[in-house]
Design a protein around this ligand. Structure first.
Ligand code: SF4
Length: 316
């Protein structure tokens, strides 16, 4: 691990300003992803600003009947919250499907959204990787790419976003609240938080330098049957090959977000109009424009079949 300096943030605004003006500075909260990356020198921050003391650890109702989740609420606490279990079952199930209990005890809501890809070449500093080192190339294209993306990918990067929680947040139409380096605040629809790689895969979100996530809000509950179905190579401690987060209503309408296939939680609202027609119709529109590799083309079929299982489960 490279040497770095460390301080505890005194206020959100100060923390945002400090990261924006200090070269090589990064926020640290749970550290469940960042510390691993620092140990193998994929991340080499010169300075860490610890935001754990800033509060942001409460789950509160909003005036319009939704829920405001502090950025530092731990994944375990969020999954166990009775309001989440009752009204946003999809979120609780996605959280429990992610990582181990020990990791969920430390991992935060904001950190979960901002975790980095698990592309194996991203973690191997002997290999070219445009995300880790812009302009160096992509070892995954033409290499081992079975777990990687099939849609939203580019000629520069085919990595996937690894978060289970983010898939649920996308299906639930969450909004991300932030404070910026100038002290201003923003509310970013989760659909606009993560960016596609294009020619700049090292840029993964629409956050500005120093912009700090303070909370994630959920709109009022929409009812329906909440299902999170994660397909992976082994039963636990594995990332999704394909995951489906769905809220399905009695009349067959519903929302579907897909994980394991794209650089961001993948949802195509227009495809949801086809929900009553079944999984094949939805999958066709969800996956329009897909660019699978020879190794991961199976994910296209897997999305359709997993969605079919989810719809069948919702119908009882
Ligand atoms: Fe790096 Fe993306 Fe290529 Fe993986 S797919 S090696 S993360 S550029």
């Amino acid at each position: 691990m490279r040497p770095f300096t460390y301080e505890r943030a005194s206020s959100p605004r100060d923390a945002a300003a400090r990261v924006a003006r200090t070269p090589g500075a990064k926020f640290i909260a749970g550290g469940t992803n960042l510390l691993d990356l620092m140990k193998i020198q994929v991340e080499t921050p010169a300075h860490l600003i610890d935001v754990n003391g800033l509060g942001f650890d409460r789950i509160e109702p909003t005036a319009d009947g939704g829920l405001r989740i502090g950025a530092l609420v731990r994944n375990t606490d969020l999954a166990a919250d009775m309001r989440v279990r009752r009204d946003y079952g999809l979120l609780g199930r996605a959280l429990v499907a992610g990582a181990s209990g020990q990791l969920r005890n430390k991992a935060t809501t904001a950190g979960n959204l901002l975790q980095r890809t698990r592309c194996p070449y991203f973690y191997d500093t002997d290999q070219p990787c445009n995300k880790r080192q812009p302009g160096s190339g992509c070892a995954a294209i033409g290499g081992y790419n079975r777990p990687l993306g099939v849609i939203g990918v580019s000629d520069a990067c085919i990595a996937t976003h690894p978060s289970d929680m983010a898939i649920a947040m996308r299906a639930l139409d969450a909004t991300v609240e932030t404070v910026k380096a100038d002290g201003g605040t923003r509310a970013i629809p989760i659909a606009d938080l993560h960016t596609l790689p294009g020619s700049t895969p090292h840029i993964e979100t629409s956050l500005e330098k120093g912009e700090l996530i303070t909370a994630v809000t959920l709109p009022k509950p929409i009812g329906g049957t909440h299902i999170y179905h994660k397909v992976r190579d082994r039963a636990s401690y594995a990332f999704a090959l394909v995951s489906i987060g769905a809220v399905i209503q009695k009349d067959g309408s519903g929302r579907v977000a897909v994980g394991g296939i794209a650089p961001k939680p993948w949802r195509v609202e227009a495809a949801e109009a086809d929900m009553p027609r079944g999984a094949a119709a939805v999958a066709e529109r969800l996956l329009a424009g897909a660019r699978p590799t020879q190794e991961n083309a199976f994910k296209l079929t897997l999305v359709e079949r997993t969605l079919g299982a989810v719809i069948a489960q919702a119908r009882g």
